[in-house]
Design a protein around this ligand. Structure first.
Ligand code: MF3
Ligand code: CO
Length: 247
């Protein structure tokens, strides 16, 4: 069931969105070659607590950390560990916070030092995929218009779209209906209306779209070992048009 949000509820969601957006800016400054991914998680946990918010990922279905930190061929849901961040890697950081019962969810992919041109392009195209997608997020359009725009942009740049993971509605719960695929057919799916709040999150691969889950039960990796990038924001459709809550 889709829970459309009132303008007042969207105002409340902006508070969680701001914590998440500010946290990602903070982490972009702080993340450095030679840190462990666990150190990044600790920075995030402390930031969320200081903001008076609750980390939404921690203990979600048994997930053991406040962020997901996914390096190179890791697509999403990398668990923070003692692994060191190295020169040339692309590191995607996904964070979620709850304020007054409302959720925010967003992700960025950071370039660590000198990164190969193909990885750099992958990260840029993945971000632009999000912005291509939200051009279609308007009342009267259909959900498939968003996925179609993302897929078209990714594939026209020679990249592939992960199929088995999708964006989602968000509100009092992190994952609400509808599912938001990053692929699709124009004119298909539910009609978009004011009050809809979505986490739109293209996951784009350099090689095959196929992915596997590692034996830790969380980390999703590309089937061919090639890199993957992720970019996500929580976005609301309001009477005043589109609002990105986590920028
Ligand atoms: N942003 C991710 C998502 O949209 C985060 C979930 S990680 C989890 O699904 F650990 F919390 F599950
Ligand atoms: Co999400």
């Amino acid at each position: 069931m889709i829970h459309l949000k009132t303008p007042l509820e969207i105002e409340k969601m902006k508070k969680a969105g701001k914590v998440v957006g500010d946290l990602l800016k903070f982490l972009e400054e702080k993340i450095k070659i030679g840190m462990t991914t666990k150190q990044v998680d600790t920075l995030a946990y402390n930031f969320i607590k200081r903001a008076g918010a609750t980390p939404s990922f921690l203990n979600y279905a048994g997930y053991p950390a406040s962020i997901c930190c996914s390096i190179d061929d890791e697509v999403v849901h990398g668990i923070p560990s003692d692994r060191l961040i190295e020169e040339g890697q692309i590191v995607s950081v996904d964070v979620g916070a709850i304020v007054d019962g409302w959720q925010g969810d967003a992700a960025r992919t950071f370039l660590m030092g000198e990164v190969s041109p193909e990885k750099k392009k992958l990260v840029e195209v993945t971000k632009q995929c999000f912005f291509e997608g939200i051009k279609e997020f308007k009342a009267g359009n259909r959900l498939g218009d968003i996925g179609h725009a993302i897929q078209t942009y990714a594939e026209s740049n020679g990249f592939s779209v992960v199929r088995s993971l999708v964006g989602h509605g968000i509100g009092r719960e992190m994952h609400e209906d509808p599912s938001v695929p990053n692929y699709g057919t124009k004119g298909s799916g539910i009609r978009l209306s004011n009050g809809l709040v979505l986490a739109i999150e293209p996951m784009i691969n350099l090689g095959t779209y196929k992915v596997n889950c590692k034996s830790d039960g969380w980390t999703v990796v590309t089937h061919d070992g090639k890199p993957s990038a992720h970019y996500e924001n929580t976005v609301a459709l309001t009477e005043n048009g589109l609002e990105i809550l986590t920028l």
